[in-house]
Design a binder for this molecule. Structure first.
Ligand code: GDP
Ligand code: ZN
Length: 311
């Protein structure tokens, strides 16, 4: 038998039949396959290997590789499978920074969507920032912009207001992405693809018309991929995501993933406290005093209720 060389690289794309890997930050693609069953212990997911996973592979004589090992993940982002089987699909692993791209208008991003994504990031230890896109449309509603930024600032998150049309803060965003693997998420139409194409105009990501058509196809599967940015760093677009899963979170645990609630919840009279009906609840008191935003508390209650349905 010939001696094989074992190498280490990051999964940058999954096409269904094979994976493409590169030893980041270098961009040199090797096609790999998996032989037999290979999955991380204790993780029930529809995909055993995700974009961003670090793997070992044996290089074959024909230049392709065979994946032999997945390294433990520092973090990951999942979404629920469309069926109610409690199975999860891993969107990406080992993310340095996640951006939730939101817009106040055209379309209006529901706060519940943003809060759910933020909770997912907290729960899986993914650093997260908010991007408020289409600032060119916000000139007449600057008060709403201020309220939005203040809402999330008081919860502990920073918001970057940008415009792909005017280029507002695009350089700043390039700097943020340099040297990292970043993930962009947000509802359809907020401008994720436009933004990634703006960050690097050699990337030609599909914009809305096509991706919406894509969503309607019953048997199409979305494959996430890592794109290299000219200015440094790597980005992952996540088209077509309707909701993020909180599959492994217990009701008593949920408030731990709201940073502003985490700060006060040790003062609740009861532990654990769900911050709903319990007397002497420090979280409810903070909401009454305006220290915790009502919008965020409402999102919390919504998630609590929705998660309860699956139990
Ligand atoms: P995605 O579904 O999040 O990938 O959104 P797209 O990138 O496909 O963009 C949806 C629509 O928003 C397109 O018509 C874009 O031209 C538009 N768009 C993207 N960024 C901006 C922006 O900064 N300002 C304005 N006014 N429109 C934008
Ligand atoms: Zn409480």
């Amino acid at each position: 038998m010939e001696k094989q060389t074992s190498k280490r690289a990051t999964i940058v794309k999954h096409t269904g039949s094979h994976y493409l890997v590169s030893d980041l930050p270098n961009w040199e693609l090797t096609q790999c396959t998996v032989r037999g069953k290979l999955r991380l212990k204790g993780v029930k997911t529809t995909n055993p290997i995700a974009v961003g996973d670090i793997v070992d592979y044996d290089l074959q004589d024909d230049g392709t590789g065979i994946i032999t090992r997945i390294h433990p993940r520092t973090n990951y982002i999942i979404r629920k499978s469309t069926n109610l089987s409690r199975q999860a699909h891993i969107i990406a692993a080992n993310i340095d920074l996640a951006f939730i791209v939101a817009t106040l208008d055209f379309p209006q991003t529901p706060l519940a969507f943003i809060d759910r994504f933020l909770v997912t990031c907290e729960a899986y230890r993914v650093p997260v920032k908010i991007i408020l896109n289409k600032s060119d449309l916000n000139t007449n509603i600057s008060e709403n912009v201020r309220d939005f930024i203040e809402l999330y600032n008081s919860a502990g998150y920073s918001t970057i207001e940008i415009s792909c049309i005017t280029g507002h803060n695009i350089d700043l965003l390039r700097d943020e992405c340099d040297g990292k693997v970043t993930l962009f998420s947000g509802i359809s139409g907020v401008g994720k693809s436009t933004l990634i194409n703006t960050l690097d105009n050699t990337l030609h990501l599909r914009t809305k018309e096509i991706s919406e058509y894509h969503l309607q196809g019953k048997h199409t599967t979305t494959y996430y991929e890592i794109h290299p940015l000219h200015s440094g760093g790597f980005v992952i677009d996540t088209p077509g995501i309707r909701g993020f899963g909180l599959l492994e979170i217990e009701p008593e645990e949920l408030s731990h993933y709201f940073p502003e609630m985490l700060k006060v919840l040790d003062k609740c009279r009861f532990a654990p406290c769900t911050h709903t009906h319990e007397p002497g609840c420090a979280v409810k008191e903070a909401v009454d005093n305006g220290v915790i935003a009502t919008d965020r508390y409402v999102s919390y209650l919504g998630m609590l209720e929705e998660e309860g349905k699956y139990r």
